[in-house]
Ligand binder design. Sequence first.
Ligand SMILES: Nc1ncnc2c1ncn2[C@@H]1O[C@H](COP(=O)(O)OP(=O)(O)OP(=O)(O)O)[C@@H](O)[C@H]1O
Ligand SMILES: [Mg+2]
Length: 310
Amino acid sequence: MSDDSHEELLAQRETAHDEERQREAEPSVGARRAAAALAGVANVPGVAKPDPILVADDMSRRFGGVTAVEVEHLEVQRGTITALIGPNGAGKSTFFNLITGFDKPNSGRWSFDGKDISGAPSFRIARHGMVRTFQLTKALTRLTSLENLMLGATGQRGERLLASLLRPSWARQEADIRARAEELLGRFNLTHMRDEFAGTMSGGQRKLLEMARALMVKPDMILLDEPMAGVNPALTQSLLGHIEALRDEGMTIVLVEHDMDVIMSISDWVVCFAQGQVIAEGRPDDIRRDTAVIDAYLGTHRSLQEEDPS
Ligand SMILES: Nc1ncnc2c1ncn2[C@@H]1O[C@H](COP(=O)(O)OP(=O)(O)OP(=O)(O)O)[C@@H](O)[C@H]1O
Ligand SMILES: [Mg+2]
């Protein structure tokens, strides 16, 4: 190869790298759509959104003398990645538990996609299209990845499973469920773990498996409680990519996250909890500089840049 053509090749490669960087820097269609939808929304706790998929009112949950959640009003805009931040014990997980029917509030009403689902059990809420993952993964360690996913299709459905078992169409349904599970294993790069017990997987792979399992019911909204905690950096990037892809496909995502870099890179909107209340909400750039947010974190001796140790 002549020196000239070698240099040309190097130049071409450099251009390709530039393009890759450019693509990465450019917001996706979903991010642009979310930004446009939220453009006129003020940074005020409890502010109304143009097209909320979730609306919660006067939600409270007390444990003995501790008020874990006391949310006056909160709306989540459809089709966004909304981050829920706040110091340890701020009530983020409890709020997830309440709105997904895994815990009962002392007071409160909430609606999903315009339907009142206050007090509904978790499987019914899942059937309406809202599912969640847990801070500590709940994958069943003595089942294989495939079995975990197949169970996910029914696990949040309860009585519907029973009804379907009694019908001759069960075999057909099982085939559909298996096909969906295989598709999700592929999507999350877990096909090679298909027949492995979940107990043998790494923490990061189990987080992926849990997200895949939640997606079995084709939800419209997914709540992720610290999906990146304990996951290695490479897998974190892949998880972030999956979350963005889901938003770009039109899904609404709420995620609890402590790492400010992660929040800045993927969220369209940020809601900050402290002592059970929404103390601030807004665009990531504004929230990072918000004095109420900074005070809430400083009050617990945590900096916004600090990684979650749990
Ligand atoms: N089942 C329970 N029984 C008693 N107290 C509880 C229970 N669940 C939560 N709490 C209390 O409610 C408060 C909110 O807890 P929660 O787990 O919702 O916080 P969090 O924001 O998710 O915190 P972290 O970032 O550490 O996960 C805390 O004071 C916690 O100790
Ligand atoms: Mg929590």
